[in-house]
Ligand binder design. Sequence first.
Ligand code: G
Ligand code: G
Ligand code: MN
Ligand code: NA
Length: 254
Amino acid sequence: VELDAALHRALDRDELRLHYQPLVDARTGRVTEVEALMRWTSREFGPVSPAEFIPVAEGSALIVHLGAWALRQACLDTAHLQALAPGLRVAVNVSPSQFRHPGLVQAVQAALQHAGLNPALLTLEITEGVLMDHDDAIRRVLDLRRLGVRLAIDDFGTGFSSLHYLKNLPVNAVKIDKTFVDQLATHPDGVDAHIVRSVAHLCAGLELELTAEGVETGAQAELLRTMGCTLLQGWHFSRDLPLETLCERLGGER
Ligand code: G
Ligand code: G
Ligand code: MN
Ligand code: NA
């Protein structure tokens, strides 16, 4: 079997799961949001990374089904988590062709309604690349914001025209890419430190939330906090967790 054939069967065979990685408040350390990350254990291939199978799904209509499944599951799980962690938000990644698909707004609305989840508790993560196709992107972003969901620009700084999007689109949050975080503690006066400080300044002025991704050490976390990042995400705080483990962690936090 080929990978795409196996992926076609993955939903029916119940081989997909969502894991959740916490985003913690930089000041209080509390879990504010969790990012849903798809995990697939294939009967034929074993565990396959989304870095490998999402691009395969992107090549066909499959991405729409996988994306809709992830939205539904993430909304359901987060609705249930409210009892344990009131106000906890969830972020779901939306890939380029999923974003362009005309059914996206309807799929988001259906997922929210089915779960009975407050739209303000759902963040959609889109990359700068997703926004390249211009006129349509603006309309799509406006339609989504009208539903009441939040929008975050993922992998910020790695694409093109970042500032253009910040100027023209009503997004709520920016996630600065891990590549700007990696060298921070070893080169506290390096180019990345200057970039992170400027992005933080920009986000504060525009009243955008700023998440630093890929935070792996306490030294990085402390620097990012003082530089003005509002949320921190990375292995220093937590890896992505199965729902049961996330529940235990949230239960222990109360
Ligand atoms: O979790 P991990 O580091 O393995 O993810 C690898 C890549 O796959 C990341 O770019 C991540 O955004 C993407 N990814 C993970 N889950 C999803 C998903 O549910 N939908 C989409 N579109 N991308 C995902
Ligand atoms: O493209 P996106 O930002 O959605 O991808 C998130 C990816 O980063 C996921 O695959 C996730 O597993 C991974 N990730 C999250 N935290 C860390 C970290 O601290 N270090 C590294 N190396 N990867 C991380
Ligand atoms: Mn992401
Ligand atoms: Na990212």
